[in-house]
Design a protein around this ligand. Structure first.
Ligand SMILES: [Zn+2]
Ligand SMILES: [Zn+2]
Length: 139
């Protein structure tokens, strides 16, 4: 589906959620990808159980929850919250509080077909050496 969206001249629409786990969370995002990056900060590492998470930004106005909405936890109270599926634990999104915030953070792994969409390839590696110094040696 994402290949079709990328190849068309219309708005970029992508779907996602927590499949292939429980599937309760479903959403669509419309609009171009903003700042695809991986982040190895202590919050990303601790919550994911992995050395880093793979983040994408999308226009907040283009986000529609078509299934259940994630459960949110304030990782930085009053500033940032992260959302996950309360049933299967899949990490889905992060949002910043504030009327001026126009971007929602979506984990690439929450998108359907994320592995085949070339527009999602990370262009920034945020704090990678902090979490796993061996990663840069692993090739
Ligand atoms: Zn789920
Ligand atoms: Zn992070």
């Amino acid at each position: 589906m994402s290949e079709t969206a990328a190849a068309s001249s219309g708005p970029e629409v992508r779907s996602g959620g927590c499949l292939p786990l429980c599937g309760k969370i479903r959403f669509t995002v419309t609009g171009p990808v903003d700042d695809p990056h991986i982040c190895a900060c202590d919050h990303c590492s601790k919550r994911s159980g992995a050395p880093f998470q793979w983040w994408l930004g999308f226009p907040l106005a283009g986000l529609v929850w078509t299934g259940a909405e994630p459960t949110w936890f304030d990782t930085h109270p009053g500033k940032t919250a992260r959302g996950w599926c309360p049933a299967c634990g899949t990490h889905i999104a992060a949002r910043d509080y504030g009327e001026d915030k126009t971007i929602i953070g979506i984990l690439a792994t929450a998108l359907d077909g994320y592995g085949t969409d070339p527009t999602l390839v990370p262009t920034n590696l945020n704090r990678l050496p902090e979490a796993a110094p061996w990663l840069t040696q692993a090739g």
